[in-house]
Design a protein around this ligand. Structure first.
Ligand code: 5CA
Length: 455
């Protein structure tokens, strides 16, 4: 993508309405714009990240055996009367009337709708286990929308719902999602700790929130320090017993303030391992059995021929909140530092002297070659001054910068800079191409590594 043809309205100054760094940086980097309180447009740069996160979420859901579908944003009020949540949900629900006066609502979550879909489509014990998910916009009329996309009114959620014949099987489906979440957050470059949590309006008696620690987090959390060092399991066999895989997380204390037990915390966790901090909830899993299936009559014929009410859980990930959460966890003074896995482009190519024949030719050639290799490149071919280009690139946080100025190009070289470490290396034009062919692109393959000089 050429910057000259892109739409990335970057702001030089921090907007006054933004209280936390991720909100400031998302506005400054031209990723989002507020359209009304808690409701945002996703500009091209923001949408790319949102899509990349969704993609990783989907891949891990699919690996865990969940099946994607898509339910609408608008639902009928009658559906929610069946589960008796229509009134109970309160003012957070956006209620709408259509032209016939029928009561509708903008879905804050989808337990009711998925339950009717599954009830109408599944008849026999052979139709379970089944876990269905979608990635869809939700609306909750939050009292205090704030921190940009972190607590929006309209927000993108991945929500999954499991259906099983027995409680034991439902727990197995729950475990599959639990492990899928560990893997998902690790791939997003985050350390998310599953913590015991209250079930709130979703209900049930078993729930974990997946929390990343951050000063700007909205909830107070308590946990054992060693949980921060655990690595998500790789090559999971989702058909096997997952309890041993989950054990390292479950055997150490971790709880949100709602269910925190100060005495247990003090007795179970050595003083120097006690973490009491703030956290951002990026996902939550619930096991609620027949809470919706019973009133909504979601049942199948069991192997014994008897009608059996199904057992369920639901599993949410805050996809749009994650964009902010990842920035909270990964930035510096100059701007965002995207993890490779979700970066909107992998490489930023800076032409420091547009109009200079040799520099233009070198940049065009690199741009073409890198793209034909499947790399995503944002090419700064604008007329802006070099200083401004450096600032913008650091602000938008692409993992790699290739800096081409007339001086280095004359010597057949460009500079390759790693955004995270700031390390820069001079490489020949072919070397830079080779670097992206051969390397897993964690650090420059050659050179001594020093701070950028072209600036
Ligand atoms: N039905 C269940 C799970 S599918 C559910 O709705 N769970 S939830 O209420 O915990 O929401 C799931 C995730 O959505 C949360 O963990 C959080 O990351 C995200 N989320 C919730 N409310 C908001 C909001 N107002 N703005 C942004 N993200 C939100």
């Amino acid at each position: 993508m050429r910057i000259s043809r892109f739409f990335m309205p970057v702001l030089r100054d921090a907007p006054s309405e933004a209280e936390i760094v991720s909100h400031r940086l998302m506005l400054r980097a031209g990723m989002i714009r507020q359209s009304s309180s808690g409701i945002y447009s996703w500009l091209p740069m923001g949408l790319k990240v949102l899509n990349n996160i969704s993609q990783i979420v989907r891949e891990e859901q699919d690996k865990a055996g969940a099946v994607e579908l898509l339910m609408p944003t608008i639902q009928s009020a009658d559906l929610w009367r069946e589960s008796e949540r229509y009134e109970a949900y309160g003012a957070e629900m956006l209620r709408i009337k259509d032209r016939h006066g029928r009561e509708m609502l903008y879905g804050p979550t989808n337990e009711e709708l998925i339950t009717t879909l599954f009830r109408d489509g599944a008849h026999s014990y052979r139709d379970v286990p089944c876990t269905l998910y979608h990635v869809q916009w939700k609306f909750r009329d939050e009292i205090r929308p704030r921190f940009g996309v972190m607590r929006g009114r309209e927000f993108l959620m991945k929500d999954a719902y499991s259906f099983d014949l027995t409680k034991e099987d439902a727990k197995k489906s729950f475990n599959r999602m639990f492990v899928a979440y560990l893997r998902t957050f690790e791939r997003l470059g985050l350390t998310a700790i599953p913590m015991q949590a209250e079930t709130g309006p979703i209900g049930g008696d078993l729930s974990y929130e997946f929390i990343i620690l951050a000063k700007t987090g909205e909830s107070e959390v308590f946990c054992h320090k060693d949980l921060l060092d655990l690595k998500a399991p790789e090559n999971v066999n989702y058909d096997s017993d997952l309890e041993p895989v989950m054990a390292p997380w479950l055997e150490k204390y971790a709880a949100t303030e709602d269910v925190h037990d100060a005495d247990r915390f003090a007795s179970e966790v050595p003083r120097d391992k006690q973490i009491s901090a703030r956290g951002i909830e990026v996902g939550q899993v619930f096991l609620f059995g027949d809470k919706y299936n019973e009133p909504m009559k979601c049942a199948v014929q069991g192997p014994d021929g008897k009608l059996t009410t199904l057992q369920s859980g639901s599993y949410g990930i805050g996809v749009s909140r994650l964009v902010g959460a990842i920035i909270e966890a990964s930035h510096d003074e100059a701007g965002i530092i995207w993890p490779q896995s979700i970066a909107p482009f992998k490489i930023g190519l800076l032409n420091l002297k547009v109009g200079d024949k040799d520099t233009d030719a070198a940049c065009e050639s690199l741009y073409e070659q890198l793209q034909s290799m499947g790399q995503t490149v944002l090419y700064d071919d604008s007329k802006e001054r070099a200083g401004g280009k450096f600032k913008t690139m650091d602000l938008i946080g692409l993992p790699w910068q290739i800096i081409a100025g007339p001086r280095s190009v004359k010597a057949g070289k460009v500079e390759l800079k790693n955004r995270a470490s700031g390390e820069a290396t001079e490489l020949g034009l072919d070397e830079v191409i080779n670097f992206f062919v051969t390397k897993s692109t964690d650090s420059p393959s050659t050179g001594t590594g020093r701070k950028s000089t072209e600036s």
